[in-house]
Design a protein. Structure first.
Ligand SMILES: Cc1cc2nc3c(=O)[nH]c(=O)nc-3n(C[C@H](O)[C@H](O)[C@H](O)COP(=O)(O)OP(=O)(O)OC[C@H]3O[C@@H](n4cnc5c(N)ncnc54)[C@H](O)[C@@H]3O)c2cc1C
Length: 454
């Protein structure tokens, strides 16, 4: 479904000085995210493309675009850094792509909280808050390019979730300012639990222009790699370090079979050992080392961020979460895809040897230790050898039916078929207020049907 050139011309005229781009190569690039991790999405989405890119610089620009899209009934897909991987940024029905990255001001930093514009890159916000001796409670491993608003609307958690829970846990984000998509857009301010109305809503129900984020005191984490003779020993060491309250910000357990893909770390992550990538507070490093040694581990690398940068090695946060998948896909793009698995609470570690045995060389393992809802939450982002769609579905089904896990399916485009599983009616109700004509990122939520549009 494409919008007519006449309508697009009228939109351009209406929005006046808001920067617009229609170079085909640029439009193609800005219609992409990391959906190609999934051969299924690659096939489904490669043809989808927006027709006009707009890059607002102020909230007034955003309002002008929102009003014009609503009046002319033009689909509108929002874009931050474009690093999400469920095709969230891919316009399924053409229309306008609004890239938010020029709304990038850090507005206020106080003790424990930063307020910024939604298009600010996460790393930029980090640098600003570092000047006050603070850091974000969490960030995705894509923080160099990802934006604050994109993280809230498309992400779930990341580095730091080990200590501070996931995005939707209380207090990590407690204020969001949203522009509605109507002929006369409104500003809606959400606070407290209400931020969940737009969290992980894929930009389907309002344009986030400002938000806050919780801060914690900055720590000069030690970036460590600990090697183990067995995967389960590495996982047990990570779980024990967490249970004993060792001050860590990241604990990622990575199967030895990933080692050839971690090329820059070939001296520190050999193929005959499984690895625990950790970020550990300097004050607790001696305790950490004693604990991992007690589990049979050997510390193969221990550097500050400054040291690791000088050594041209990747920081630990680029060795876990979905960066594991990226390492493999960079080397062997047509061989691999992946899954995202959430284990039931409380975590039953006896599931792991069975899962490893069930799939052998078809699945390489990687686990993340996190907190969710105040409880230990273990996630896996395993690498899965690509054969065909039926086999991927079979593997994901087995995680759910045999192991009782929940799969955040990265081979589908809707919020519900991915992680949420059910339609969040409160998000749909909010969409009635914030996008009553149903123009935002069409096709990404099953909760909205075309006949619901005003
Ligand atoms: C290698 C790799 C590692 C990753 N690691 C993590 C991780 O650790 N944790 C994690 O949660 N995710 C992770 N992701 C997914 C993604 O990188 C993050 O969620 C990231 O924060 C998305 O930010 P972005 O600015 O790139 O958002 P985009 O990809 O641009 O957008 C994400 C969604 O938000 C919507 N959106 C963007 N801006 C706004 C706005 N202002 N208002 C409303 N909606 C908006 C978009 O329409 C889209 O649906 C990873 C992805 C890759 C490829």
């Amino acid at each position: 479904m494409a919008v007519s050139q006449e309508l697009l011309a009228e939109l351009k005229e209406t929005i006046g000085s808001v920067p617009c781009f229609d170079d085909p190569k640029m439009l193609l690039a800005k219609s992409r995210d990391y959906y190609w991790y999934s051969p299924i999405l690659k096939q489904d989405l490669d043809q989808c493309q927006g027709q006009l890119l707009v890059r607002p610089e102020t909230e007034d620009d955003v309002i002008a675009v929102a009003a014009a899209c609503a009046r002319l009934r033009i689909p509108l897909t929002l874009r931050g850094g474009g690093t999400c991987n469920y095709g969230q940024c891919v316009p399924l029905e053409g229309g306008v792509i609004m890239e938010m990255t020029k709304l990038d001001r850090v507005l206020e930093i106080s003790d424990g909280r930063v307020v910024c514009e939604a298009g600010a890159r996460i790393e930029r916000v980090e640098k600003a808050v570092a000047e006050t001796g603070q850091m974000l409670t969490m960030f995705p491993s894509t923080k160099r390019f990802a934006t604050m608003g994109g993280f809230l609307a498309g992400g779930s958690g990341g580095i730091g979730s080990l200590r501070h829970g996931v995005l939707r846990d209380d207090g990590n984000v407690s204020y969001v300012r949203v522009v509605t998509v109507e002929p006369e857009p409104k500003i809606v301010e959400l606070s407290g639990r209400d931020i969940q109305l737009v969290q992980h809503a894929y930009g389907t129900n309002g344009i986030i222009t400002q938000m806050d984020f919780k801060l914690r005191p900055a720590t000069d984490w030690r970036h460590s790699i600990v090697l183990f003779d067995g995967y389960v020993s590495a996982l047990n060491a990570a779980l024990t370090a967490h249970a004993e309250g060792i001050d860590c910000y990241l604990l990622s357990v990575v199967d030895r079979r990933f080692s050839p893909y971690y090329r820059r770390l070939s001296d520190h992550f050999p193929k005959d050992h499984d690895a625990l990538f950790a970020m550990v507070a300097p004050k607790d490093f001696a305790r950490f080392e004693a604990l991992v040694t007690g589990h049979g581990g050997v510390v193969a690398l221990d550097m500050s961020h400054q040291e690791i940068t000088v050594a041209h090695l990747p920081p630990a946060w680029e060795c876990g979460w979905n960066h594991t998948t990226l390492q493999a896909l960079k080397s062997e793009p047509s061989v691999w895809t992946y899954s995202q698995v959430s284990y039931p609470q409380p975590f039953d570690r006896s599931l792991i040897p069975g899962q490893m045995a069930r799939f052998g060389d078809e699945v390489y393992w990687h686990h993340e230790i996190a907190m969710m809802g105040g409880q230990l939450q273990v996630f896996a982002i395993p690498l899965v050898r690509w054969s065909d769609e039926a086999r991927i579905r079979e593997i994901n089904d087995s995680f759910e039916k045999i192991d009782g896990c929940t799969v955040f399916d990265p081979h589908v485009v809707t919020i519900e078929d991915g992680g949420m599983k059910t339609i969040d009616t409160s998000q749909v109700d909010f969409k009635r207020r914030a996008d009553p004509r149903g123009l935002m990122n069409p096709g990404k939520t099953r909760g909205w049907r075309p006949e619901m549009a005003e």
